[in-house]
Write a protein that binds this ligand. Structure first.
Ligand code: ADP
Ligand code: MG
Length: 363
């Protein structure tokens, strides 16, 4: 075999490319420890998402002016875009306490009843991953959201009775990465839905500058831009890359993050200029060099990089598709011209999969 290291399964045991992924959008242990300190505390401090911020500002100010509890708010968007942060900001702007729970933590309707019945008037209930709540809990939530009332079932079988329980008015803030999975009756009960978009590089630069200040790190404009450009439109990733670059700057440079320092650090961590990591590049490289750019089936591609199908499909592909480097077609995965350019490769004159290019514009 004369495959290079990125494509050789023998050198990439299962999961080797995904362990501790620096560009993963989910929060790891370190993120959780540090994020609290980096979270903006008010709408004014919250970077980007201009439309959402403006609309939310109106919703909250109007409620405050009426002396009422704010409407229920649904926040939808990819991991790391600021949903949890925004829920805390909503509570802060309303001068209200916040209770935090999540869909998976609510297994039974009784779990939810216990939380709801202990809320204070005006409290913000943050329900993360709301799409993962159980069905019975969901139905209880409908009534609680609409009428501020729940029926608590006491007893079992024929003797069971429903005892109505009045709730104080509260604001539910639901967060989901999959708004499409929410049943319409639940979605409809939110007075305001915010769709969070990926951030522009200039916005992420501001996030990086802000975090650098909080972490007491000196960073130059170019250095922040370098980190922002590799952060996949996601503040959580920007903050994580900043911390790794800071480490590098302390050990290898004089602690100051310049463009060169940021670029050198991220080269060490194998995050390239577009934010692709080793896994992403391994997938692209296999597609380009072993299959002439495709089309190739997902399973074949997964075997070629020594990863599970699911890993390639769920971990690597979404970003590659978003970046316009890879397309999923009915005939298989196809590389776009941009993929060849990005890896510095020249597409074959007459790629065997040339017909697959049609798939790019197909269904
Ligand atoms: N608009 C923003 N401005 C500044 N920092 C942000 C912004 N959005 C997110 N962050 C930062 O990114 C990290 C992840 O945000 P979080 O709210 O936990 O994302 P989510 O809940 O959507 O996964 C937090 O540390 C937060 O400081
Ligand atoms: Mg969150």
């Amino acid at each position: 075999m004369n495959w290079d290291d990125t494509a050789a399964p023998a050198e990439a045991p299962d999961g080797a490319l995904t362990a501790d992924r620096l560009v993963g959008a989910a929060a790891d242990g370190e993120d959780q420890a540090v994020e609290a300190a980096l979270r903006p505390k008010s709408l004014d401090e919250f970077v980007g998402q201009v439309r959402v911020r403006e609309q939310l500002d109106l919703v909250l100010k109007a409620a405050l002016a009426r002396g009422a509890t704010a409407d229920h708010v649904l926040l939808s968007g990819a991991p790391g875009l600021g949903k949890t942060t925004l829920s805390m900001i909503i509570a802060a702007e309303m001068n209200a306490p916040i209770r935090i729970t999540s869909g998976p933590a609510i297994q039974h309707a009784g779990d939810l009843a216990a939380i709801l019945s202990s809320l204070q008037e005006g409290e913000v209930l943050f329900l993360d991953e709301i799409h993962r709540m159980s069905r019975p809990a969901e139905e209880m939530l409908y009534m609680a959201m609409e009428d501020f009332r729940v029926d608590v079932i006491v007893g079992k079988g024929p003797g069971a009775t429903a005892i109505p329980l009045e709730l104080p008015p509260f604001t539910l803030v639901g967060a989901t990465t999959r708004a499409g999975l929410l049943p319409p009756p639940l979605r409809d009960r939110f007075g305001f839905t915010a769709h969070m978009e990926f951030y522009e590089p200039v916005e992420l630069e501001r996030v990086v500058h802000r975090s650098a200040q909080l972490l007491d790190v000196t960073i130059e404009g170019d250095g922040a831009a370098e980190i922002a450009g590799r952060s996949r439109g996601t503040p959580r990733i920007a903050n994580r890359l900043l911390r790794r670059v800071r480490d590098y700057a302390q050990v290898k440079a004089d602690g100051v993050i310049t463009r060169d320092v940021a670029a050198a650090a991220l080269r060490v961590y194998e995050v390239d200029t577009r934010g692709l990591d080793r896994l992403d590049r391994a997938v692209l490289k296999a597609l380009l060099t072993l299959f002439s750019g495709g089309p190739v089936g997902l399973s074949t591609l997964a075997v070629a990089v020594g990863e599970e199908r699911e890993t390639v499909e769920e971990v690597a592909e979404p970003f590659l598709v978003r970046e316009g480097l890879l397309a999923r077609t009915p005939r298989g995965r196809v590389a776009t011209p941009a993929a060849w350019t990005h890896l510095g490769l020249v597409p074959p004159q007459q790629p065997p999969g040339a017909g697959g290019q049609q798939g790019l514009f197909g269904t």
